[in-house]
Design a protein around this ligand. Structure first.
Ligand SMILES: [Zn+2]
Length: 141
C-alpha cells in the first residue's frame, strides 16, 4: 500500500476532508518509529478496529509488507477524531503495533484513549466536532 508519513495529510482515500491526518501507513522499508505502548492503548485500539465505521467502501485488501511470510491482509481503516483532526489508520495498525513494535505518534495514542466507542452517538458527534462534517452523511444525530 501507499506509504505516508505519520501526521501528513491523508491523501490515500478518495475523501475531500482537510481534517484527515495519516497514521500507521507504513511502507515496506521498515522505516518507522518503534517502541513500547501501554496495554490500555493496545486494547482500546484493538476494540476500535473490530468493526470500524467507514465513510467510503473499501478499495481492496492490503497485506502487511513487513512480515517475511504470510502477512495478514486487511481492508478497512479506523478514523479517530481528536483535538481538531481526524486520524486515519489502516486497521493493520493493530498488527503493526503487536508484531512489529510500531510506535504511533503520541497524539494518536491520546486520541485512541479518548475515543468514544465505535458507532456510538458520542463517536459520531466527535467526528463532526473535529472537522468530519464532509465525511458524515446521514446516520444518527
Ligand atoms: Zn506484519
Amino acid at each position: 500500500m501507499t506509504a505516508l508519513k505519520d501526521l501528513d495529510r491523508c491523501t490515500c482515500l478518495p475523501l475531500d476532508c482537510d481534517a484527515l491526518l495519516a497514521v500507521g501507513w507504513l511502507g515496506v522499508d521498515g522505516d518507522f518509529r518503534r517502541g513500547e505502548v501501554s496495554s490500555d492503548f493496545f486494547e482500546k485500539l484493538k476494540a476500535l478496529c473490530v468493526e470500524p465505521w467507514q465513510p467510503v467502501a473499501s478499495a481492496g485488501f492490503h497485506q502487511c509488507g513487513l512480515c517475511q511470510f504470510d502477512g495478514p491482509r486487511f481492508s478497512s481503516n479506523v478514523f479517530v477524531p481528536f483535538n481538531g483532526s481526524i486520524y486515519v489508520a489502516p486497521v493493520g495498525i493493530v498488527h503493526y503495533v503487536a508484531a512489529h513494535r510500531y510506535l504511533p505518534p503520541q497524539v494518536f495514542i491520546d486520541g485512541v484513549l479518548a475515543c468514544p466507542p465505535m458507532r456510538s452517538m458520542a463517536y459520531h458527534k466527535a467526528l463532526l466536532a473535529n472537522g468530519g462534517r464532509g465525511l458524515v452523511s446521514g446516520g444518527p444525530g
